[in-house]
Design a protein around this ligand. Structure first.
Ligand SMILES: Cc1ncc(COP(=O)(O)O)c(C=O)c1O
Length: 357
């Protein structure tokens, strides 16, 4: 199988030296060696995210945190911002878990704004607000800092959950500044690791509330996960130890670059891509709300995106078509993880060449 360098919005490219860490010999997950590995990871995550909140790493992809939200945080009724496919998944997961949820829905390509959230909160008896930071299907970056501030100013008891699956580790995010109660991410996006782990940062208030909620299950019981860590500094179930090695190593690299350094590099890649897109097409997100980790571009020239990807494959690249109904109407360039602005220039240069720009 030939190697296609992944400019899709996850999984994204992992460096060989990071992948190699997964071949280290296994250790027992109840051994002191694992405790050292895992507590080291938690410490590095706390430093990277500049947070004093609680942190856990689960062997499950990011979507598990939608189930955890429904089972541990939503007491009775949630308000879920819906602006694309992944935020819709959160809304549906809460409903499928037997809790009430109302959708605060905007047209795809538009952002959820703080005033919309506050207005909606005034109309219903909500205990939780869930918003996606970076809606990977539309390339919209929601203003979660402003939303968090607006919620906590007027509704301090409402808990704020943010899906940062495709932005954390690239975009600069500090839970305390954003006023999040739960913020979660997957490793296969901006952490540039293989899929299989999710990272979550949660407040004491979340734990307190979760303790009083029935039906949290086992794998999705945040109180159980938290208490196990407090007691043993390990995970309650067998973790993907190989991926933990890779995560630990990658976090050293991330700390060396710094959260702000990574943000700036992602911003540069996004700005270059947006300029290119505006020369030939239009951006799909409303102006001012464009993601810095994935650019969704409106295919105003009616180019054949599937065909482009075949030609790019021959040159060793892969980009993403539009999501769901947006296929061929839009296309997406994921510029997340360890890619650099130079890499983006090479990729877009090849697209110029293929499309004759
Ligand atoms: C914003 C967002 N949320 C959730 C998910 C689901 O994450 P996972 O596939 O890691 O469960 C994705 C995956 O692309 C995503 O982009």
């Amino acid at each position: 199988m030939s190697h296609r360098r992944l400019f899709i919005p996850g999984p994204t490219e992992s460096l060989p030296e990071v992948l190699d860490k997964q071949t280290l010999p296994l250790i027992g997950h109840r051994h002191a060696d694992y405790t050292a590995l895992y507590t080291g990871i938690i410490g590095k995550l706390a430093e990277y995210f500049e947070t004093r909140q609680n942190i856990t790493v689960l062997t499950a992809s990011g979507s598990i945190w939608m189930d955890i939200t429904a089972r541990n945080i939503v007491k009775k009724k949630a308000l879920a911002g819906v602006c694309g496919a992944f935020s819709k998944r959160m809304y549906q997961t809460i409903q499928k878990s037997g809790k009430e949820a109302d959708a605060l829905e905007v047209e795809w390509g538009k952002a959820i704004k703080p005033e919309m959230v506050v207005e909606a909160l005034g109309k219903g008896d909500y205990d939780t607000v869930a918003v996606v930071h970076n809606e990977t299907s539309t390339g919209v970056r929601n203003p979660i800092g402003d939303i968090g501030n607006a919620i906590k100013t007027e509704y301090p008891d409402v808990q704020f959950v943010v899906d940062a699956v495709s932005s954390a580790g690239g975009d600069y995010l500090v839970p305390e500044k954003l006023k999040t109660d739960l913020l979660f991410a997957s490793t296969q996006k901006c952490f540039a690791l293989p899929p299989g782990l999710s990272i979550a940062i949660y407040s004491d208030e979340v734990l307190e509330r979760a303790s009083g909620i029935e039906g949290r299950g086992f794998y999705t019981d945040l109180v159980g996960i938290h208490n196990y860590y407090q007691k043993k500094q390990q995970n309650p179930t067998t973790p993907n130890i190989s991926l933990m090695y890779a995560l630990s190593y990658q976090l050293d690299r991330m700390l060396e670059e710094g959260a702000i350094g990574r943000h700036k590099r992602h911003e540069e890649m996004a700005q270059y891509t947006q300029k290119w897109a505006k020369r030939h097409f239009e951006m799909f997100p409303e102006p001012g709300y464009e993601s810095i980790t994935v650019s969704t571009i409106r295919n105003t020239q009616g180019k054949a995106v599937g065909e482009l990807n075949k030609e790019l494959a021959a040159r060793g690249w892969q980009i993403a078509n539009g999501y769901g109904d947006l296929k061929e109407k839009t296309f997406r360039i994921g510029h997340m993880g360890d890619w650099t602005p130079e890499d983006v220039k090479y990729l877009l240069g090849d697209i110029d060449d293929i499309w004759g720009f």
